[in-house]
Write a protein that binds this ligand. Structure first.
Ligand code: ZN
Ligand code: ZN
Length: 168
């Protein structure tokens, strides 16, 4: 999604309302492939202040992620406000403003970068996700299996044996 900003730069318009729906292409994040479920909604305004353009927008999109514990796909809703500054003047005194070339703002790229900066390192379907059973691989959120409990007890017993031996 690219937005022409020449009218704002030339001063013909003081600001420009934006209201877009577009697809975010699948992207990589720390080894995971993340894609959106449905379209991304961007609503806001681009306003000008001398040679600086300010984009203020609300970004909403549902991302499909893989839970790192149970490997299930889950929806991670994004609802963030972004504020970005731009300029077409490469000698602008505003250090934070991103210099744009060709009077075009690439909204998709801006949104993608912002979303990535807000993604959590730990991606789990829910805080208390039980993950997969180490033995049989079943999803412990929806299944119970008999393989784990006894195993843990046996290991614990043998560990205790080790400690007992050391103490002697
Ligand atoms: Zn999970
Ligand atoms: Zn199991």
């Amino acid at each position: 999604m690219k937005v022409q900003i020449s009218d704002i730069i030339s001063g013909k318009d003081r600001n420009k309302k934006i209201d877009y729906n577009f697809q975010i292409p699948q992207f990589d994040f720390e080894g995971d492939k993340i894609k959106s479920s449905g379209s991304c909604e961007v609503v806001g305004i681009i306003s000008s202040d001398s040679d600086i353009l300010i984009l203020n927008a609300e970004v909403k999109v549902d991302l499909e992620m893989i839970c790192s514990r149970c490997l299930d796909t889950f929806i991670y809703p994004i609802d963030i406000d972004i504020e970005e500054r731009f300029t077409t003047n490469s000698k602008s005194e505003d250090d934070e403003a991103v210099v744009v070339i060709d009077d075009v703002l690439d909204i998709t790229e801006i949104v993608e970068t912002t979303i990535i900066s807000t993604l959590p390192i730990k991606r789990v379907c829910k805080e208390d996700c039980k993950g997969l059973c180490q033995e049989c691989g079943c999803n412990l959120n929806s299944n119970t299996c008999s393989c784990n409990k006894e195993d843990v007890d046996i290991r614990f017993e043998s560990l205790r044996g080790l400690f007992d031996n050391k103490e002697v």
